[in-house]
Write a protein that binds this ligand. Structure first.
Ligand SMILES: *[C@@H]1O[C@H](CO)[C@@H](O)[C@H](O)[C@H]1NC(C)=O
Ligand SMILES: *[C@@H]1O[C@H](CO)[C@@H](O)[C@H](O)[C@H]1NC(C)=O
Ligand SMILES: *[C@@H]1O[C@H](CO)[C@@H](O)[C@H](O)[C@H]1NC(C)=O
Length: 442
């Protein structure tokens, strides 16, 4: 009890029951306030009043549009989902031309529109599926952009013949004329961000569910302006941190404006195991470039716009843990203490004893590397529970040195956290080296 009270005081009263959702964790399974996995892929976030609404396609429910609401961009509550109205609608997006709420998404490579009187109300089909002006184009990916300058909503699409099209949404909700076109290569998953009068278009390459290096283009005129680019938005080999663009969210706070990249970290078939990669974006208005700022854990104060990172962590070094089997301590250049544990064969384990927990779900950062990204499936188990592959808790497993996973810890210095690797050959060194773990307490 003492531990809890002290932490409450130190962390400014953040409720410990929400510890697991107190951060945005790119690649990690993101749980709703109902403790269900958030199922809203290829989506967008829009603010109405003091509430953020996240709409996306539900991979576990026949690709119906699912809606979640939040006041802080961290804790998302499942909302009245318009799920019985429409199925197999990909990348649903919301717009509000002329006061009514509209939803647009792709069905059978056509645009289906639905209309509602309120954002979280019941959306009814509005007309039948249509193709895109000017040439009856069909398309695959829906994006959405609202331009405050002309108070107009724009539907972004990946249309036939590798055209990324931008069409105006008319005030009666119909899809209007095409105002711009990017015909420079094979791109999809478009999103637009506007900063200081410049329009930045972010698109992915076309590689199915596999991630690729997403790109950006810019123009100073949405209506007919030509696009400069492509330019990368992250180191090419990171493949957009294993994600695909879906939307650009602007949060105007009292202290600063923060731009958020929303991406999908798809599983191998766009199914329910898919996760999300949200990251702050750095916009260099001089060179007109956008880069993603990678953080293993971060959050934004939606009132001030300020981004922050975990500051209270307890660290446990792997070389001080109990080492079972063939694994051995080694010097390690990138490790914080310059030492780590390597040669972790499937019959070895690194066991951290007496790890302090707050009682409940907490983020634990695993600091480890693997020889190559596809090898070295590492697992964790807590207090003798079942072993869980880290990749099923966080898609960044093996792709990044710091992999936060949400674990249920008991209160006090009583937890036993076991780290190991799986493989068929009990004696095979899968090339994993573990530096240590850090238990996040804020
Ligand atoms: C826009 O909304 C107003 C008020 O509801 C309505 O009278 C008007 O017909 C609408 N315009 C279009 C083009 O739908
Ligand atoms: C864990 O804590 C208990 C109780 O303080 C102590 O007896 C034990 O030696 C500790 N174990 C390790 C591995 O440090
Ligand atoms: C963990 O990964 C290994 C290796 O890919 C696999 O054989 C095993 O079935 C996985 N375990 C679980 C619980 O998914």
């Amino acid at each position: 009890m003492l531990v809890k009270q002290t932490l409450l005081a130190l962390s400014g009263g953040i409720a410990i029951v929400h510890a697991a959702n107190s951060w945005i964790v790119p690649g990690a399974a993101w749980m709703s306030t109902s403790n269900t996995k958030i199922d809203a892929h290829g989506g967008m976030v829009i603010k109405e009043g003091d509430t953020f609404y996240w709409i996306g396609q539900a991979a576990s429910h026949e690709v119906q549009p699912y809606l979640y609401t939040s006041k802080n961009l961290l804790d998302w509550e499942p909302s009245n989902n318009p799920k019985n109205t429409v199925k197999w609608m990909w990348r649903p997006k919301l717009a509000k031309p002329n006061g009514s709420w509209w939803m647009y998404g792709q069905i059978d490579r056509n645009v289906q529109a639905l209309k509602s009187t309120s954002i979280a109300g019941n959306y009814a089909l509005s007309g039948s599926k249509v193709t895109l002006p000017p040439n009856s184009y069909t398309y695959s990916d829906t994006g959405m952009f609202y331009d405050e300058a002309d108070q107009t909503w724009y539907l972004l699409t990946s249309a036939d013949h590798n055209n990324v099209q931008i069409n105006k949404i008319n005030s009666d909700g119909t899809i209007g004329s095409r105002v711009n076109l990017l015909a420079k290569g094979a791109y999809e998953a478009p999103g637009i961000l506007k900063v200081n009068g410049i329009y930045y278009l972010i698109v992915s390459g076309k590689t199915g569910w596999r991630s690729n290096p997403n790109s950006m283009f810019w123009t100073d005129k949405l209506n007919g302006g030509s696009w400069n680019g492509p330019y990368g938005i992250a180191p090419e080999d990171k493949k957009t941190y294993n994600s695909q663009n879906t939307f650009q969210l602007t949060v105007k706070g009292s202290q600063k404006t923060t731009y958020i990249y929303m991406g999908d970290s798809w599983d191998s078939k766009g199914g329910p195991d898919s996760n999300y990669v949200w990251l702050p974006m750095n916009v260099d208005t001089n060179s007109k470039r956008i880069t993603l700022e990678y953080h293993a854990q971060w959050k934004i104060d939606v009132n001030t716009g300020v981004v922050s990172f975990p500051s209270k962590k307890r660290r446990y070094e792997a070389e001080h843990a109990e080492i079972v089997g063939r694994a051995a301590v080694t010097s390690c250049e990138h490790c914080l203490s310059k030492r780590g544990v390597h040669k972790i064969t499937p019959d070895s384990q690194v066991v951290f004893y007496n790890v302090t927990g707050l009682g409940g779900r907490q983020w634990v950062q695993f600091h480890y590397r693997v020889k190559d990204l596809e090898s070295g499936e590492a697992y964790v188990n807590v207090n003798g529970g079942p072993a869980v592959n880290i990749s099923s808790l966080n898609h960044r497993a093996g792709h990044h040195d710091v992999v936060p996973v949400a674990l249920d810890l008991e209160e006090g210095a009583v937890n036993k956290i076991t780290f190991g690797v799986s493989g068929r050959n009990q004696a095979e060194d899968l090339g994993v080296i573990i530096d240590g773990i850090e238990v996040v307490e804020d």
